[in-house]
Ligand binder design. Structure first.
Ligand code: NAI
Ligand code: MG
Length: 487
């Protein structure tokens, strides 16, 4: 008997939140959020204009300057953040279903990964709210010198569509703990869960103006970046967008942190636990329909086990369950939108025409929605487009390698540097790889292990600064040195 489908949720909020009020755009314009399963309209939300952004920034400034957020007892700030996490937990099934509806990701992933990680992240940073201490510094002379850590001010936060709830939590957590106020723009493809989270933040008692959400396209994001009332921009998305943001932010010298894409090497040595490596390779690439900044999209396999490994990984790719993301058994849903769908199919064509061996998949799945077959290319070489560019889809590229001597140079021959992984039973080889690979995160005999306490971010084109962990609090704080004469 087929398992019952999880029911799609009721959509409760399709306006945006500015200064505690749910509003239409001042331009009156709305845009459509599309269901990637059937290409039908799910909801229409306001297209935030420059005037809306201005209103949101003013609300955030007011809540920062005169509002009760950073001046409130830090323990109370932490308590309200915990309350938000509790409300998200209480509404976990509804939030997960809304995420699945808007993004297309399997309900079991939304419930089992996105939501628990987001809730954990908010709780982790709630714990930091009353632990932001400075130093006392022994300086020359008769002085008392100390530092204070103060919130940077109004944070503009622009997030993508691949993990809408989780990306909001990664950005809200450290900003709120530090005492900043927020103007967030969710991605145009997936605005709904961010709006629902903002409703829950209101319900938790987070004061008006502390979290503002303006929905819209890239232009709305650009208006946040240009606004002189915003002190800091945190962005996750494509590096070309980050380049534009850097230029736009320069005029007002905003602090910026970026979490961008990747072309992460996943390296399997011949001495690895083969089945574990195969499972890790599959999960590390296909998880979330391949729409992960840290996807292990260059799978290097040592020549002596190449044939055996390829056979196993192709067999595993074929077991992926494509279908309705509201079916708990589904492990792969559609890509998020038609742009991504076409981009990925374009790379599959390039892989074929540039001479890679298509071992399974290689086309769309079905004839409705943005589904793509799990695709595996073998005998990929470093120069092929599919080995160089971020595909952001369910397309695995396997590159044979000879030995440990050549692998570091090849792993590092990319302008990205987000993540890397190595599979081996030899600890020396593992540590050497971890030390030499140019990436912000290295997984050894595992993949995609995330924790709110462990920093994440990129070298080179993969980003600037780190999210998660204690280090992310520095994205949202200024250090102030106070020196007092004791004579
Ligand atoms: P994008 O970088 O254009 O969009 C991300 C966010 O930035 C969205 O909220 C968007 O509205 C906003 N944005 C766009 N232009 C802006 C501007 N000029 N100023 C301020 N905000 C702006 O990414 P997109 O177009 O959704 O995807 C393109 C590619 O980017 C993907 O195929 C993938 O390769 C990569 N990507 C990487 C992500 C990551 O997690 N690092 C997430 C999403 C996409
Ligand atoms: Mg774009």
């Amino acid at each position: 008997m087929a398992a019952a489908l999880i029911a799609p949720p009721k959509i409760r909020q399709t306006n945006m939140l500015i200064g505690g009020k749910w509003q239409e755009s001042r331009s009156g314009k709305r845009f459509k959020s599309i269901n990637p399963v059937n290409e039908q309209v799910i909801a229409e939300v306001p297209e935030g204009s420059e005037a809306d952004v201005d209103a949101a920034v003013k609300a955030a400034r007011k809540a920062f300057e005169s509002g009760p957020w950073h001046t409130m007892d830090a323990r109370d700030r932490g308590r309200l953040m915990n309350k938000l996490a509790d409300l998200m937990e209480a509404n976990l099934n509804e939030l997960a279903a809304l995420e699945t509806l808007d993004n297309g990701k399997p309900i079991s992933d939304a419930r089992g990964a996105d939501l628990p990680l987001a809730i954990d992240c908010l709780r982790y940073y709630a714990g930091w709210a009353d632990k932001l201490t400075g130093d006392t510094i022994p300086i020359r002379g008769n002085y008392f010198c100390y530092t204070r850590r103060e919130p940077v001010g109004v944070a503009g936060q622009i997030i993508p569509w691949n993990f809408p709830i989780l990306m909001a939590a990664w950005k809200w957590g450290p900003a709120l703990a530090a005492g900043c106020t927020i103007v967030m723009k969710p991605a145009e493809q997936t605005p709904l869960t961010c709006l629902r989270m903002a409703e829950l933040a209101q319900e938790a008692g987070i004061p008006d103006g502390v979290i503002n959400v303006v929905t819209g396209y890239g232009d709305t994001g650009a208006a946040i970046v240009r606004h002189p009332g915003v002190d800091k921009i945190a962005f996750t998305g494509h590096y070309e967008t980050a380049q534009k943001i850097m230029v736009d932010a320069a005029r007002t010298l905003k602090r910026i942190t970026f979490e961008l894409g990747g072309k992460s090497p996943n390296v399997v040595f011949a001495d690895a636990d083969l089945d574990a490596a195969v499972a890790g390779a599959e999960f590390g690439l296909f998880f979330n329909q391949g729409q992960c900044c840290c996807a292990g999209s260059r799978l290097f396999v040592e020549q002596s086990i190449y044939d055996q490994f390829v056979e196993k990984v192709v067999a595993r790719a074929k077991t992926r369950q494509l279908g309705d993301p509201f079916d708990p058994k589904t492990t792969q849903g559609p890509q998020v939108d038609s742009d991504q769908f076409n981009k990925i199919l374009g790379y599959i064509d390039k892989g074929k025409s540039e001479g890679a061996e298509c071992l399974t998949g290689g086309a769309r799945f079905g004839d409705k929605g943005y589904f793509i077959q799990p695709t595996v290319f073998g005998n990929v070489t470093d120069e092929m487009s599919i080995a160089k560019d971020e595909i952001f889809g369910p397309v695995m590229s396997i590159l044979p390698f000879k030995n440990a001597d050549e692998i570091i140079e090849r792993a590092n021959s990319t302008y990205y540097g987000l993540a890397a992984a190595v599979w081996t039973r030899d600890v020396v080889k593992a540590h050497q790889f971890a030390a030499k690979v140019r990436a912000g995160t290295v997984w050894v005999n595992c993949y995609d292990v995330f924790d709110a306490a462990a920093p994440f971010g990129g070298f080179k084109f993969s980003g600037m600064g780190r999210e998660l962990g204690e280090i992310a609090l520095s994205n949202y704080t200024e250090s102030k040195t106070v020196t007092m004469s004791l004579s």
